[in-house]
Design a protein around this ligand. Structure first.
Ligand SMILES: Nc1nc2c(ncn2[C@@H]2O[C@H](COP(=O)(O)OP(=O)(O)OP(=O)(O)O)[C@@H](O)[C@H]2O)c(=O)[nH]1
Length: 629
């Protein structure tokens, strides 16, 4: 599993510079350290002699508070030490893991204008958290020596592992093909392989079982090992959330584990016989809808998980529940197909009546949200026990259900036509400092909305005039010579300072950059809101992973079934469709009016979709009709 907001290996020079800066841990980092430490300690309580807090803190920092990774590394290190007990102590005995690819630079849950590189060595950071890491460790090594050692100069990685890593991150030479030849090649390869790429967003009300379902699916597919499952189970029990076992497969961040909710989009990959699936696990919690928007903007298909247990479906479906808002959001962001997993059917004894009642309640709603009946599939299942996930082995269910399993359904979802021929557009969902075995420097990730990119291409970053060279392309965590529309990629760039890149920046061909817009006309669909929209309503405009302050400056018209029914209306209310003018405005601190890289939906579907939120609530979704300024 990868989370695209993570940096790959650390850069040696930057590490050493960072160490000299001696900047303290931020309060957020301190809080994360404070919550992760006791969990890590509890998970390591069987290790004798006990591992020092300083070493735990170092590992947590190194793995950016990913408790599981930190603990796994500490255990491995401990095992190595036990094995080598008769040998002289190694310089790495108190050092960090050799190959972390886990240091975040920019958080993707909220767009930031600038990457936010951790500035200090792990040890000094840890000490400010109260974890009490000494500047000179018990081993007698200085912090710098420890960090140096941690940068695997004295690595104990075995040769085979080293070779595998090298191969995986090998800088592939560019094919240097003409655009049209490359497109023809891609299409031919797709036809021959019979496998197509899709991005799947998992949505649903909080605690519906999204992460459990995905954890179960990954486990049954062999993507999550028994060891990981057991370690998840053990960790879950220690923090008092015993039944969250599978959920931990995806809810991997420390904060998430502590709170038991998913707070950011995690991505991972799995394959069905005919689909390579990029899985986006969206948070169900109301507070994290912006992160979900970022994920949904990258998805082709939605898997909506609803809780079938008594009273819970109703709670998620009523006003205030997230089932409706999520369905609206994903549809508004261009997702046409939805698979509805009615989960926790074990809690209603696999009742056919309960299942049918839920389907009957959801069907008309999903049609009203814009999902065609032919693009909507319902499935009864139990994520926890894995029933009807890969196979249906529950007798009661078999007695009344002979439909497809989840995996069969995913294997058949329709892959949207990809705009390979349109100019390249990659809105960035993350920017980070990266270093693979051969490429280092600026790394960015995002989904190709359109076009194609090859190693060696020169790309323009909009906003700005800067141009970057594509050094390495990573697709599904493997390096590739090119990537095409519909794929989620990580690019390693050279020739550009990361200061010119931010979440929301769009990478384009140098000759065909996307336009920066401050005022446009959009056709919007108004969601379930209490206070109607009037001219002058201040809103937040969401476009891919970017969000900016804006005003609905003019209500142009209301339409029904494509025909204008009223011009210059005074208000737009729930359920209405209308044309509005939207103007960006300076934020609360004043300053310059921001601009957004945008296109009309007619020119580029994915670049022409926006969402409008007000006071933490999504009030409308729109497609850009005309650019005014
Ligand atoms: N009985 C039963 N419980 C389940 C099933 N699936 C999930 N659960 C439980 O439901 C609770 C919530 O599961 P999660 O997978 O964390 O839910 P989520 O939708 O990912 O939640 P957020 O990340 O908070 O949005 C956990 O206690 C699970 O063990 C199921 O099939 N049957």
């Amino acid at each position: 599993m990868s989370r695209h907001r993570f940096v790959r290996n650390m850069d040696l020079d930057a590490e050493m510079e960072d160490d000299s800066e001696q900047v303290g841990m931020s309060s957020e980092e301190q809080a994360r350290m404070a919550t992760s430490m006791p969990i890590a300690r509890a998970l390591l309580q069987d290790v004798k002699p006990p591992i020092a807090d300083a070493a735990i803190a170092d590992s947590l920092w190194h793995y950016w508070f990913d408790v599981e990774k930190a603990v796994t590394w500490l255990r491995k290190d401990w095992e190595r030490k036990v094995a080598k007990v008769s040998q002289p102590p190694s310089v790495r005995s108190a050092s960090l893991p050799a190959k972390s690819r886990n240091q975040p630079v920019a958080s993707s849950s909220k767009p930031s204008t600038q990457p936010n590189t951790p500035k200090k060595s792990s040890s000094s950071k840890a000490s400010s958290s109260g974890a009490n890491t000494p500047k000179v460790a018990a081993s007698g090594l200085t912090v710098a020596q420890q960090d140096l050692a941690g940068l695997h100069l004295d690595d104990e990685m075995d040769e085979a592992e080293r070779e595998r890593e090298k191969e995986r991150y090998k800088e592939r030479p560019g094919l240097n093909m003409k655009q049209e030849e490359l497109i023809a090649k891609v299409k031919k390869e797709e036809e021959e392989s019979g496998k197509q790429n899709i991005s799947l967003i998992v949505v649903g009300h909080v605690d519906a079982g999204k992460s459990t379902l995905m954890g179960r699916l990954l486990y049954d597919l062999g993507e999550l090992s028994e060891k990981e499952k057991v370690s998840n189970e053990r960790g879950s029990k220690r923090v008092g959330k015993g039944s969250f076992a599978f959920a931990w497969g995806l809810d991997a961040l420390g904060d998430e584990r502590d709170r038991g909710v998913t707070i950011d989009i995690a991505t991972t990959h799995f394959a069905t016989p005919h689909r390579n699936v990029t899985l986006l696990d969206a948070p169900g919690h109301r507070d994290f809808i912006p992160a979900m928007i970022s994920g949904a903007a990258q998805a082709d298909v939605a898997l909506m998980v609803v809780d079938g247990s008594p009273g819970e479906f109703e709670a998620g479906f009523e006003r205030g529940g997230q089932t409706r808002e999520h369905a609206w959001l994903v549809r508004s962001l261009g997702v046409k197909e939805i698979v509805v997993a009615i989960n926790k059917m074990d809690l209603v004894s696999w009742s056919q009546d309960r299942y049918e009642d839920i389907v009957e309640a959801l069907k008309p709603f999903l049609v009203s949200a814009g999902f065609a009946a032919s693009k909507t599939t319902f499935l009864p299942l139990a994520a926890m026990e894995g029933i009807n996930v890969l196979e249906n082995n529950e007798d009661t269910l078999k007695s009344w259900y002979d439909g497809p399993t989840l995996i069969d359904t995913l294997d058949k979802v329709e892959v949207p036509a990809r705009p390979y021929d349109s100019p390249l557009r990659i809105p960035l969902s993350n920017v980070f400092k990266g270093q693979t075995a051969v490429a280092s420097g600026v790394a960015v990730s995002g989904r190709l909305c359109s076009g194609i990119v090859q190693v060696g291409d020169r790309l323009r970053a909009v906003p700005g005039d800067e141009v970057a060279n594509v050094r390495t392309i990573e697709v599904d965590e493997d390096s590739a010579p090119y990537a095409v529309a519909g794929q989620n990629v990580t690019l390693y760039l050279s020739g550009i300072d990361p200061i010119h890149l931010a979440i929301g920046t769009v990478l384009c061909p140098t000759s065909l950059p996307v336009r920066l817009v401050t005022r446009f006309v959009a056709q919007i669909l108004v969601f379930d809101l209490q206070t109607p929209i009037i001219a002058g309503t201040a809103v937040e405009l969401f476009h891919h992973s970017m969000n900016l302050p804006a005003t609905i400056s003019k209500l142009v018209s209301i339409s029904e079934k494509g025909a204008v029914t009223k011009k210059s209306p005074r208000v737009l209310q729930k359920g209405m469709t209308g044309l509005v003018e939207i103007s960006l405005r300076p934020g609360q601190g004043g300053g310059r009016t921001p601009s957004v890289p945008l296109e009309t939906a007619a020119d580029n579907k994915e670049m022409g979709r926006v969402l409008i939120r007000r006071a933490g609530e999504t009030i409308a979704a729109g497609i850009v009709q005309e650019i005014l300024a």
